[in-house]
Design a protein around this ligand. Structure first.
Ligand SMILES: [Zn+2]
Length: 281
């Protein structure tokens, strides 16, 4: 009788221990977030206005955002580049696997075009024509998508500032907008949920874009590599254009730094809220 009781208690303790370790393992799993400061360390973002380079502003915001998010113990932050240039692991992967990456992109494109031919997917004309990326930018963007898959990253944010088009060479637009995968892609609705959280916070610090093609604010796009053209991304991804680079607050460094600080804070709040509500629920 007593022996039985002891055995039962031991079994109960074992069950509790196993249960606890399973629960604590899932609770301890950090959300891996990749922050991509748009464009390459030394090139791209043709967007240059009065010597302010878009790619530098993207990096400034990425650095501040990373610091703010480090306070959240549930998150692991990975950046595509920092003040020293590309993330060394990403750079090494892209440079040593360029043939594999471009072959993969081409296979994914063929698969999608097969579905288009079969009438399963409809090609959508983009609202907004984007500047064509250079071949090195294309390689790094596809390489980043493949690297995201390889590294089991959960969420991606691309940081940009808008500039084109100017009318008659003069800057006329203002405000923020975002790009998400077009609705036929598998990660479109999850990306829209993430974008809604960003929209709630960014709308507190910047006006909506006043450019007609950006009036939806959260804009679906089928062709951007960053949002996973040809289904090259499966996880939520948002490209944010935080403001137009030539807006008045962007012209002097003091007001620009204040804006970038606010943009990083609002983004960190949005990401923290999104994780509590959507991922950790
Ligand atoms: Zn850009």
């Amino acid at each position: 009788m007593k022996k039985n009781l002891v055995v039962k208690i031991i079994i109960l303790i074992l069950i509790l221990l196993v249960g606890y370790s399973v629960v604590s393992k899932t609770e301890n799993k950090k959300i891996k977030i990749l922050i991509v400061a748009g464009h390459e360390p030394n090139a791209g973002g043709a967007d240059e206005f009065k010597k302010i380079k878009e790619r530098d502003l993207n990096l400034q915001l990425s650095n501040i955002l990373k610091d703010k998010l480090l306070a959240n113990p549930n998150i692991e932050i990975i950046t595509a580049r920092d003040n020293n240039g590309w993330n060394p692991d990403l750079k090494n992967y892209v440079e040593t696997s360029s043939t594999t990456i471009m072959q993969w992109a081409s296979d994914m494109k063929n698969k999608m075009m097969g579905k288009v031919d079969a009438g399963e997917i409809e090609l959508i004309d983009p609202n907004m024509k984007h500047n064509p990326a250079t071949s090195s930018a294309v390689l790094f963007l596809f390489g980043t998508n493949k690297w995201i898959e390889k590294n089991n990253i959960d969420l991606v944010l691309h940081i940009h500032f808008n500039s084109n088009p100017k009318i008659n060479g003069k800057p006329v637009f203002s405000g923020y907008c975002m790009y998400i995968p077009e609705q036929q892609y598998s990660n479109s609705s999850s990306s829209r949920i993430f974008a809604n959280y960003l929209n709630t916070e960014i709308s507190k610090i910047e006006k909506p874009s006043n450019m007609k093609q950006e009036k939806d604010l959260i804009i679906e796009d089928q062709e951007l590599i960053a949002t996973g053209v040809y289904n090259t991304l499966k996880i939520p991804v948002v490209v944010v254009e935080y403001a137009y680079i030539y807006e008045p607050m962007m012209l002097s460094s003091s007001t620009r730094n204040i804006f970038i600080e606010k943009a990083a804070s609002s983004t960190a709040t949005a990401i923290n809220n999104y994780i509590v509500d959507v991922i950790k629920k």
